[in-house]
Structure formats: C-alpha cells, structure tokens
Write a protein of this length. Structure first.
Length: 152
C-alpha cells in the first residue's frame, strides 16, 4: 500500500472515530500533498510525500518553539500532538551514532575535504537517509566532520 493510500485509510478511520486532531492533521497533510502535486504537475511518489511530511513536521516544531516562548502551552501541546501524528508516517529515525558513521562513509566516498564540500555531502546524505534522519542533526554532523580540527 502506498503512503498516500495509508494516509487516506487513516483519515477515514479518524473520521469514523471522531478523532478531530488526527482528522484535521491528516486533512492538512493531504492538502499539502495535493499542493505539491499541483506545483509539480505530477502524482507524488512515496519519497516526495515523505519530504512533504518532513516539511510539515518542521513547521510544527517551529510553531511549538514560538508558542512555548509566548507562554501558550495549550497551543504548543496541540502542535506537538499534530507533530507526533505526522512523525508516525516517517521511517524509524536513525540514531546519532548511525548518522555519524554513515556521514563519515559519504565524506570518504565523495573525497570531501572541507566546508566547501558541505553542499555535496548534505545532498548525498539526505538522499541516502530519506526521511530516516533529522535534517538538522545531519547538518550538524556534516559540519562537525568537515570542519578543520582545532589546533592545540
């Protein structure tokens, strides 16, 4: 079953169960997918749908941060619930150790020498990880691995 079919099936289940948070989150996700399809003028494959999901998760994380800074715990909680629903569609997330090991392999494969190669390494890493690693964590690990060692 494709990711799109899974989302439709879960939306139907949430509607029957009258689970408004899940239902609204999945409707927003479906709208995001549809918007992306209109942009690209093509039906999305699962990989592209995962990118839409990751983008919506990133938006929720930013909203959570802003609501917490603004003292709106109630709205932050709603965004957290939505984020958790969206995260359930992503593949299991890789640990920092796994990402570090794979980034080192990618750097070696690409013969990357420094920060000037960051774009190439990030592109290869994100393609390899798909939705199974947080982009911010990958970025930090790539920077750490490409930065020159501090001189003592």
């Amino acid at each position: 079953m494709s990711l799109k079919e899974t989302i439709a099936q879960q939306l139907a289940g949430a509607t029957k169960a009258k689970d408004s948070v899940r239902m609204n989150t999945l409707r927003m996700l479906r709208a995001g997918i549809k918007n992306r399809e209109v942009e690209l003028r093509a039906e999305l494959e699962d990989g592209e749908i995962l990118r839409v999901i990751a983008s919506q998760i990133k938006q929720r994380k930013e909203s959570i941060r802003q609501y917490e800074e603004g003292g709106r715990a109630d709205l932050a909680k709603k965004e957290e619930d939505e984020r958790d629903i969206l995260m359930s569609f992503l593949p299991e997330q890789m640990s920092e150790e796994q990402v570090t090991r794979m980034v080192s392999e990618i750097i070696e494969e690409l013969d990357a020498k420094g920060m000037k190669d960051m774009g190439r390494v990030m592109k290869a890493a994100m393609a390899k990880f798909g939705g199974s690693a947080d982009g911010r964590m990958v970025n930090e690990i790539v920077k750490r691995n490409l930065s020159p060692e501090p001189h003592s």
